[in-house]
Each structure stands twice: as structure tokens, then as C-alpha cells.
Design a protein around this ligand. Sequence first.
Ligand code: DC
Length: 223
Amino acid sequence: MIARVIAIDGPAASGKSSTAAAVARELGASHLDSGALYRGLTLIALELGQDDPVGIVAEADRRGLVLEHDGAEIVPFLDGRPAESQIRSEAVTAAVSRIAALSVLREWVNARLRDAATLERILVLDGRDIGTAVFPDAKLKVFLTASPEARARRRLAQRGEMFDSDTVRAEANVLAARDASDASRAVAPLRRAADAILVDTTDLSFREQVDRIVTAARKALLV
Ligand code: DC
């Protein structure tokens, strides 16, 4: 069996993962943040000190970089433990877009995402290329976006730091650089699928954006 997939793609810090997790909870579905696997591979690349994709994949298999259920969340484990805190470091965030551009690694990730989908009833997946490349037959495709300033403000608020307009501008520039890198790569670039619904969250509350997607998902899944 293959899960009925809800694909949520969009740029960095558009709130995809928290939105996807909330949508999954409402639908009684599982949730998988595909960026977490790219982050796991990036952690390995940084620890190895090399960008050779074949070496990174071999090390990922040796150390057991695998997807496991943690409740309704499907998350990467490394060395038998959840990798969540390690993969969110600043060093990983700075390097992940470069590592995610390597096609051997994209194939490795996609195989694991498709395997995970065979074990689920309904799977909410978020990333950059879920609706365009990984699950082109997804039941519902959403492209979630927000202005760079709105995304920068949310990201800074999440970190719990004080910020002024200069800090917001600087963070918006960092996000824009990562979006440009993700959107300009040769393999599976970040872009909206032709049949994806656009949800611009700049002026939406979290509740509103979740409700909008849940409503569309219930219609698409007939649940
Ligand atoms: O969503 P995130 O910031 O955790 O994603 C980390 C990086 O992984 C991001 O720079 C783009 C890449 N990514 C990707 O190329 N394809 C995906 N399906 C998910 C993430």
C-alpha cells in the first residue's frame, strides 16, 4: 500500500514543518519533514569533512541514518538516537543547501521518503520538491510562502532573541540567499507545482493557515 500524500513545499522559514505537523494531527495522519533528512546528511558531511556524495551515503548507512516513528512524527535517527538537536545547529543550517544540491544524495533521500510512504495511510510531507519531483501524484499539493520579512521575523521570534529592523533585514537576506540557492540548483529546484494551491501566510495566523490546508485536504481525500 502507498500512503495518500499531502505535499507541502515552500521556501525556508515559511512555517512548513509546524503547519504540516498540525495538519497531520487534525487528519490523524503521519508527518515527515524531508528537510530533516538533508540536514542529517549534512551533519555527516560536516563530521567527515568532505562533500563526496558516495562517501556521505556510505557513512549514513554505516551509522544508521534512518527514519523512525516518534508518535505521529517520522524523524531521522542517527547512531540509534533521534538526531533532532544535532541537525538544527547553525553549522548544519549554513551548509545544508549546498549538500542538498548533490543529485546522488537527493536520490538517496527520495528512496527513503517513498519507502516511508509505503507504511502509512495518510502522510503529510513537507519540503521543497515533494509535489514537483518526489510525489508528483500527491492528493493535495500546497505551496506555502510568506514575504522574506515575515519569515525573518518569525524565525527571530522563534529563537527568542530581541531584534530591530536591521536584524530583520539581515535575517531576510540570509533566507533569500538560501531560497535563491534552492531555487537555482539543477536538480529538483524549489518551485511551485502547476497544480499546487498557493497559501501566502504573510497576513494569516497559524490557525488560519492550518485550517485552510485541512479544509483542502479533507476535500481532496474525501475524509
Ligand atoms: O526545510 P529545511 O530548512 O529544514 O531544509 C533544509 C534544506 O534542505 C534546504 O536548504 C533545502 C533542502 N531541501 C530540499 O532541497 N528538498 C527538500 N525536499 C527538503 C529540503
